[in-house]
Each structure stands twice: as C-alpha cells, then as structure tokens.
Design a protein around this ligand. Structure first.
Ligand code: SOE
Length: 387
C-alpha cells in the first residue's frame, strides 16, 4: 500500500464514526446504502459514515441485503438495534405506513433520523414526529433527494439572487408509466392503508418539496383532482386486489404573496419513465429542470440581448457548480444516485455542527400539509386552505 493511501486510511480511521442502522432494503435501501458507502470517498467529511446494520423482517433476505449493500451486519430485531448505544443514525427506508412508528421509536432512543418521503401517512403523524425531533437534541432529515442535484441547487441559488425576478408561476409534473399496464401487479403503493395515497404522496411530494427548496414559496390554498383508472390489480395466485389510491393526481396551488402553481403526478403516462420536471417563471426570466436531463438547467432571461434571447442550457457539472468539484473534471456528468450521496454529505456536515440541514421534519410537515389539503380538496371538490 502506498504511503499516501496509508496516511489517508489512518486519517480516516481517526475520524469519529457515524454508525448507520438502515430499516428496509428495497429500492430506496439500495440508493441509501450506496450513498453511505460512497460519501467518504468523495467528500472530506468530519465523520466517517459506517453502514453498520440493515434491519428487516425476513432473516434470509435481510442477511443477503446486508452483504450486497455493504453493511457489517443484519438484524430482524429493531428494538435491540435501537438499544445499541453504538448506533448513531437510523435510516427509515420502509413503506410509508411504518415511517411514523419507526422514526418515533428511533427518536425516543435519541438517534438521528433520516426518513424517506413522504414523512408520514397523515399531517397529524408528521407533526408528532417533528415535535419529538425538536424535543430531542438530534438532527433529522427527509430524503427529498432531488433538491440536491447540482442543477436544482443552482436553480435555487439563481432564484434567490433575483435572476428571474419575482416568482409568478410554478408549473411541474412528475410522470411515470410503470402502472400503465392494468396487469401490472398490485403492491403496497396501491394501498391507502400502506401508502396513504398513490402517485400523489409518492411523486407530488417531491414536486412540493422542490417548489419550496427552489423558490421559498409557501402554499396557501390548493384544489385537487384525482383518478384511479385501474381499480383492481393482479395480486398473485389468480387473485385480484382493489386499488384504493390515485393513479394520477393533479392540483392547482395559490402561494402566499400571489404566485400560483400547477402540479401533476401520474404513474400511467406511457413513455414517461421518471419524468420529474419543474419550471419556475418570474418577472425577468424562467428556469426549467428535467430529471431525465438531470445535469442541465434551462435558463431564459430578459436581461440577455434581445436578438439573441432564448433558453440557454447550462451544463451544471463545472467546477463552479454545487457538488460538482467533488466528482470529476468539468462536464463529466453524474446521475440519480449521486443526489443521495449529496444528501448524506450535507447531513454529516450538519451533524458535525457545521451547517443547518434541510429538508428536516418541519419541511416534511410542510409537504404533508399540502398533500393532505389537496387530498381533502379532491374528495370535497372545492379549494382547501393549507394549514
Ligand atoms: C416510485 O415512484 C419512486 O421510486 C419514488 O418512490 C421515488 O421517490 C422516486 O424518486 C422514484 O420513483
């Protein structure tokens, strides 16, 4: 081993460790696990993140997941893991219906908590989680990873410094097509009891958080419309199960201060695989970000010369762009999984007391309030104020 890598390794070993227990190990567990393993390799952090233990219900599956995801251990005993003083962070990467219970148990055990979105099943649950997090001297976060792409972070900065003037409108969509086929199997995401809502809580949650992160706007009143096109789905063994959540959910929004917004989430838009796209237009210009072109930010400004005005596409992977210097030379692009690494890097910096972290559980409550008001509006067929 070279002298340099020996000194790096010994330096690393001297850092205080941050042992992570991750509850759940499916899609989001894989994305989070990758981030825990990668973060110290690309960010010089004041702590060394250790993927310590994966917690699951099935011994065989959780043991396999721990091996595959690079965690030191596997467990089916959440109580014992939370009682372990050497566990510092609990990551809640489970379906929506267990976010509240696991987070509350982890907070009572004085653990830092990173919880998947949406924070909870109801606004009341989300508020309870935020209240307990405040009472405990811990750091908490919600995995709204899309605010941590270099391009979305840049968008927030350009809007904050006035590049597009006063924000007038937000128009965003989050379109997928994995449930377009009526024969696509039933899962927990199709169940109100397990997910709380369908595309709405899964995808509009991201759009609501992105809106707040990019513009600082607060939602005042919403008017929702939802539809379930396929009301039953195959559930194995020739059985069918009822779908009692939305396949698609649209809503209009009025913001404090007079701006307005439009939101659309769907899982039945053929050809749209993970099309998360937000456009913010102000008095002086517009920005547009599309996850399917994640490293690019489209910018229009009336300040540009009239005869060459038009949308410019900025490749947000140069040394001047957020997070970019941690990876590769100018223009070498990154992907979806890097937004999770950025999330962990910022969380560790916050934990080391170097800066605040957002989105925390208060941000999670703000998202939940909009989700719930839009659902009430869709049920009642009228505008509903966001509490
Ligand atoms: C499924 O719709 C899903 O995995 C969401 O749950 C994630 O939050 C989103 O980032 C990708 O799509």
């Amino acid at each position: 081993m070279s002298v340099a890598s020996q000194s790096n390794r010994s330096r690393d070993r001297r850092l205080p460790v941050l042992n992570v227990a991750m509850v759940g190990h499916a899609f989001m567990g894989r994305a989070h696990g990758n981030a825990y393993r990668q973060v110290n390799r690309f960010f010089d952090l004041p702590m060394r993140v250790v993927p310590k233990v994966v917690v699951g219900r099935d011994r065989r599956r959780v043991t396999a997941a721990a091996g595959k995801l690079g965690f030191e251990a596997a467990s089916t005993d959440l109580e014992a893991v939370l009682a372990d003083p050497d566990i510092h962070v609990v990551d809640v990467a489970t379906p929506n219906d267990s976010h509240h219970a696991i987070s509350m148990q982890a907070l009572r055990a004085n653990k830092h908590v990173l919880c998947e979105k949406p924070l909870a099943m109801t606004l009341a649950q989300a508020k309870e989680m935020a209240r307990l997090a405040k009472r405990k001297n811990v750091r908490v976060g919600v995995w709204h990873n899309y605010r941590r792409a270099p391009a979305t972070t840049l968008a927030a900065r350009t809007i904050a410094r006035g590049d597009i003037g006063t924000v007038l409108q937000v128009r965003c969509v989050y379109l997928q097509d994995w449930l377009s086929d009526p024969k696509a199997g039933w899962s927990w995401r199709n169940s109100k009891k397990l997910a709380g809502s369908g595309a709405h809580g899964d995808l509009n949650a991201h759009l609501i958080d992105l809106t707040r992160a990019l513009t600082g706007l607060e939602f005042e009143e919403v008017c929702g419309l939802q539809q379930t096109f396929h009301k039953r789905r195959p559930a194995g063994g020739g059985k069918q199960k009822r779908v009692d959540v939305d396949d698609a959910f649209c809503f209009l929004a009025k913001f404090k201060g007079g701006a307005i917004g439009t939101y659309e989430a769907t899982r039945v838009a053929p050809g749209r695989k993970n099309y998360n796209c937000i456009e913010v237009s102000g008095t002086e210009g517009t920005i547009r970000w599309n996850l399917e072109r994640m490293n690019e930010l489209e910018v229009f400004s009336f300040a540009d010369r009239r005869d060459t005005q038009g949308f410019r596409t900025v490749m947000c992977m140069d040394g001047v762009h957020p997070y970019a210097p941690h990876w590769w030379p100018d223009g070498h692009i990154i992907g979806y999984e890097h937004t999770f690494v950025h999330h962990v890097a910022d969380f560790v910096q916050a934990l080391a007391g170097e800066r605040p972290f957002a989105p925390d559980f208060d941000d999670g409550v703000a998202v939940q309030a909009v989700l719930e008001a839009a659902q009430k509006s869709a049920e009642r067929g009228r505008w509903v104020r966001v509490s």
